[in-house]
Design a binder for this molecule. Structure first.
Ligand code: FRU
Length: 495
């Protein structure tokens, strides 16, 4: 094992102990120490879920990328495992970037990842050489393949850039051969996803471009995932530097999905539509897994490249994953629901039916805390007289609050975290268009100390955001401008 890896393993063991449990999320995976970004290698191996992540243990800011590692039996309770990879080879000396994993038939766990060599570009900036590499392991220790890199500049099609060639998504085809879908920059046109084939994992051949940006959604595309879901073929990915289109793509760097058809014979993809994956503030670089019971489950990095550098250097950990979300398709739309097992951890229910709220605030006795599952269904008390606005607030005290508010006349739901502890309340709200029938709307909020995920109308849309609010801001309240009727089901979550 390299010195760099040993050092990272020592470091995380020593310093994770200094982080009090209560200062971490309860059931969202957060960085063991230091910085976390993208989920990597989300896979089922040897009877457990494994999740790796982009990791810089020594600092709560991005730096030379390692792969952090955790495993779980239920996707809600995670155990950290020792750091899996450090940037310790010539071809990954500046970082082991994102990638994916596969359980091999011979029992080994395969990681395919991007190795980066970063150099000065001679004009005060930097320039990368990015290649694809393999490592084999047993679920704890991984050995990089001595023939790395397995994919490099010569394997690119014409117009492809070696400076942005990353984030391989690997899978095994039905005939036993392998495929890798890799993000690349098609110079002058933005990102495109390249499909490669291999018989043996070591020799790869470029097949064709599976999907291309052609200057539609942001610039470079990153972190592709690709799967079949309810008869639809879905590519999930992240785009850099997006321009907003209506209510879509407001995040600068954000996620999108393509729906379409993948022909199993030609292996070509025909795209139908594209949408954002998450309409909140913090969600990026998601990966999915096909769970042993057939569910397609997605986890994303619950952060955002535009606001992830506001914390101080002394912050002991930074970066967390989203809740695992169960995916399905409904009428061409990606439906996301919180992992169903979460309901097992609901405690202390407060259930209220037909609560009338007219022009004012409502607090309910006993409803407080920072780990909660709240379902609220609202409708206009009088459908002839539509209310103006409805809001749910949480992480609230005299000084702080975070909330979502709905304006039926505009059909918009807004998430707002201006008052959640940030001294840079700049990018702190976002609106999404939501479906409602005459003011009826269903929301489910999952709150885990430093985050909220808002599921709208049983998963039609999701809005995610992290908050840094002090933990003693733990109140909830409901607000109406106009006359509404609510059904409320609130639970403390004890995961
Ligand atoms: C996406 C990303 C990936 C890259 C990694 C580096 O967030 O930029 O494309 O592999 O982060 O940490």
């Amino acid at each position: 094992m390299s010195e760099a890896l040993l050092k990272a393993r020592d470091y995380e063991e020593k310093y994770e102990r200094l982080i009090p449990e209560r200062e971490r999320p309860k059931f969202h995976l957060a960085s063991r120490v230091g910085w976390m970004n993208d989920p990597n290698g989300f896979s089922w191996y040897n009877g457990k879920y494994h999740l790796f992540y982009q990791y810089h243990p020594y600092d709560s800011h991005w730096g030379p990328m390692h792969w952090g590692h955790a495993a779980s039996s239920d996707l809600l309770h995670w155990d950290y495992l020792p750091c899996a990879m450090a940037p310790d080879e010539v071809y990954d000396q500046s970082g082991c970037f994102s990638g994916s994993a596969l359980e091999l038939k011979d029992g080994r766990h395969l990681l395919m990842y991007t190795g980066v060599i970063r150099d000065s570009d001679g004009e005060g900036g930097t320039i990368d050489i990015q290649t694809q590499n393999l490592a084999f392991g047993d679920g704890r220790d991984y050995v990089k393949y001595e023939g790395n890199p397995v994919l490099k500049g010569v394997d690119l099609p014409q117009g492809g850039s070696i400076h942005d060639f990353r984030d391989p998504k690997i899978w095994q085809a039905e005939d036993g051969s392998y495929r890798a879908l890799i993000a690349n920059n098609h110079l002058g046109h933005g990102g495109w996803f390249l499909l490669y084939r291999s018989e043996d994992l070591f020799h790869w051949k470029f097949m064709h471009v599976l999907a291309a940006n052609d200057d539609r959604i942001g610039l470079m595309w990153e972190c592709p995932d690709f799967f079949e879901l309810d008869g639809e073929h879905v590519i999930i990915a992240s785009a850099q530097d997006m321009l907003p289109k209506g209510f879509e793509y407001h995040n600068g760097n954000g996620t999108f999905y393509l729906t379409g058809n993948y022909d199993p014979h030609t292996e070509r993809y025909e795209e139908r539509a594209n949408h954002a994956v998450d309409y909140g503030i913090d969600f990026y670089a998601p990966q999915t897994i096909l769970a042993p019971d057939g569910r397609r489950i997605m986890i994303g990095w619950m952060q955002n490249w535009d606001t992830c550098n506001l914390h101080t250097k002394s912050t002991p950990w930074f970066g967390m994953m989203s809740l695992p979300r169960e995916l399905s398709m409904r009428k061409g739309i990606l439906i996301q629901k919180p992992l169903r097992e979460l309901k097992k951890y609901r405690r202390d229910p407060i259930i209220r039916k037909d609560v009338r709220l007219c022009d004012g605030d409502l607090r309910i006795n006993g409803m407080f805390g920072r780990t909660a599952d709240l379902e609220v269904t609202i409708q206009a008390a009088d459908p002839e007289k539509m209310y103006q606005r409805f809001a749910v607030r949480f992480a609230q005290n005299d000084k702080w609050r975070t909330g979502v508010s709905f304006r039926p006349h505009e059909s918009t739901l807004k998430i707002d975290r201006k008052f959640s502890g940030s001294r840079r309340a700049v990018i702190n709200q976002r609106r999404a268009l939501v479906n409602h029938v005459r003011g009826s709307l269903k929301l489910r909020l999952i709150i885990d100390r430093f985050s909220v995920e808002v599921f709208v109308n049983d998963g039609e849309k999701v809005m995610s955001a992290v908050i840094t609010t002090e933990l003693d801001a733990d109140g909830f309240s409901f607000f109406a401008d106009g006359d509404v009727i609510m059904d409320i089901a609130w639970y403390r979550l004890e995961v």
